[in-house]
Ligand binder design. Structure first.
Ligand code: NOJ
Length: 524
């Protein structure tokens, strides 16, 4: 029996293609993850989330599922997954997997049937419509680029896909779809999986009349771009919360399961914190990742209020704080190492669950891909290719960074000799050491996991501060957003518990923080 979700303090995201290749094909696999379970345990993570490893033609690297209840041979088999689960649980690590409930692969038997003719019983499991005067049924644009509709010449209708044409949208307005997806969840929960990260939920309900999205006149790019429209009809439909509630209610059938929604609020559709609140509160066992750091503009006040607003939106449900994921440029590439180190420090001191994307604990950076390496079907510019942030985990300085013995599916970063687990394990000043220490502290100090969090007025515009409190104990967090030393007067004297740099000291009630420094102080 592993710890309860309420007691989980951290979640580590594994992109399975890139963690460890054991079977020698240059692509990571489940046995590779199992092999590294001691690393995860020593690091101090309480739970892992594994991105999709299900049977898939891989047009979107697994987010195009052709069989929800099986493992793609590139990753291994069901027995390998069972072993992974046992090994994780033996170390008190929970396992969360990725559920993709709003679309399947076009190779999924459900879609193959649905496509086979207008009269097929599964026709209505997907969204099929007649054309509009020889054009698409409406103006919706896919997040993967281009129109959201593809014409099927055999049946003479268009089908809807919010992502690639190989990812047709399931029609949640048909109750059979909901039942089928809930059975998928039960399959994995019965096996012992502890939770689901739920993919791309915003389109689970759409405007029933499929009306055009409103044109965004503030946008001055290509009219076929996603940004050219305000997405007021293609997502967040009238049954949005109802369908999410229905999905999350599978958790009620079990002791302790958790669902974490992938959700990016849309500021053009109203207050983003209200949107977070509404999604998080569809069910007590549901929540949504905090994703605002992905566009962190390195402004202390903005960062502080974003965190506070999210904490408030989460309320009694568990907050999950992210710095990035497999769809975003890596935090170290976005902000540079000193700033990202400070932000990681802060993220590991926030309440609830602190989420870490594989490799961020050692400061891995995005790789510059060549045209030859570009494989992401979503983006046609090398700069935006999401695979830049999905390159092989850098375990050591060897040619393929200890990820594989053969040429990996994506290039290893040229910084592998400086940025790798083996080297950082021996270096007390490394990011890896800092992350380990912070994860250790999350276990030692319940206040970090359960305590309240309030923003402080630090009296210094460059320094962001928070107060954490539990059972009469008080800790304070300070982060210097400037590159120069900043002084802060504390309410009373305090003791440094941990800092981003070893030499951070408090002298009476005076704190001197180096540029981009962060510190946790015991004020009690
Ligand atoms: C969100 C996933 O994180 C992303 O990688 C994927 O391409 C889309 N959803 C479609 O499933």
């Amino acid at each position: 029996m592993t710890k309860a979700w309420r007691d989980v303090g951290s979640l580590y995201q594994i992109y399975p293609r890139s963690f460890r290749d054991l079977n020698g094909d240059g692509v990571g696999d489940l046995n590779g993850i199992t092999l590294k379970m001691d690393y995860l345990s020593d690091l101090g993570v309480d739970a892992i989330w594994i991105s999709p490893f299900f049977t898939s033609p891989m047009t979107d690297f697994g987010y195009d599922v052709a069989d929800y209840q099986n493992v793609d041979p590139v990753f291994g088999g069901l027995d390998d997954f069972r072993m992974l689960l046992d090994e994780a649980h033996a170390r008190d690590i929970k396992v969360m997997i990725d559920l993709v409930p709003c679309h399947t692969s076009d190779q999924h038997p459900w879609f193959v049937e649905s496509r086979s003719g207008r009269g097929n019983p599964k026709r209505d499991w997907y969204v099929w419509r007649d054309g509009n005067d020889g054009h698409e049924p409406n103006n919706w644009i896919s997040l993967a680029g281009g129109k959201s509709w593809t014409f099927d010449a055999d049946s003479g209708q268009y089908y809807l896909h919010s992502f690639l044409p190989t990812q047709p949208d399931l029609n949640w307005d048909n109750p059979e779809v909901c039942l089928a997806i809930k059975d998928v969840v039960r399959f994995w929960f019965d096996m012992g999986v502890d939770g689901m990260r739920v993919d791309a939920i915003w389109g689970i309900s759409k405007d029933p009349e499929l009306r055009d999205d409103t044109v965004n006149y503030d946008f001055h790019g290509d009219s076929n771009s996603y940004g050219a429209y305000i997405h007021d009809h293609c997502k967040h439909g009238p049954h949005f919360q109802e369908y999410l509630h229905e999905l999350a209610s599978v958790c009620d059938e079990y002791d302790d399961k958790q669902m974490v929604f992938e959700f990016y609020p849309d500021e053009r559709l109203g207050d983003i914190w209200q949107q977070y609140h509404d999604v998080i509160h569809v069910h007590p066992k549901a929540t949504a990742f905090f994703m605002e750091h992905r566009q962190n503009d390195w402004h202390g006040e903005h960062t502080g209020w974003n965190i506070m607003n999210y904490v408030k939106a989460a309320g009694e449900n568990i907050p999950f704080f992210c710095l990035g994921n497999h769809d975003q440029p890596r935090v170290t590439s976005r902000l540079g190492l000193p700033r990202s180190r400070a932000l990681q420090f802060l993220n590991l001191l926030c309440p609830g669950v602190s989420v870490m994307y594989y490799g961020d604990e050692i400061g891995m950076e995005d790789v510059d891909l060549t045209q030859h390496d570009a494989q992401d079907g979503f983006h046609h510019s090398l700069q935006d290719d999401r695979n830049r942030a999905r390159t092989p985990m850098q375990w050591n300085s060897s040619r393929y960074a200890g990820f594989a013995n053969v040429l990996p599916w994506l290039p290893v970063h040229s910084n592998r000799k400086q940025v790798n687990v083996a080297k950082e394990t021996k270096d007390p000043s490394s990011l890896l050491w800092l992350c380990r220490k912070l994860l250790e502290l999350r276990h030692e100090l319940p206040i970090l996991r359960y305590g309240s969090m309030e923003k402080l007025d630090t009296g210094n515009g460059f320094v962001l501060g928070f107060r954490r409190q539990l059972d009469g104990r008080q800790l304070q967090i300070y982060i210097n957003f400037a590159d120069s030393v900043q002084t802060v007067w504390l309410p009373n004297s305090g003791r440094v518990i941990i800092g981003t740099n070893p030499d951070i000291r408090v002298d009476g009630d005076v704190l001197q923080l180096p540029g981009y420094g962060g510190v946790l102080i015991d004020i009690t």
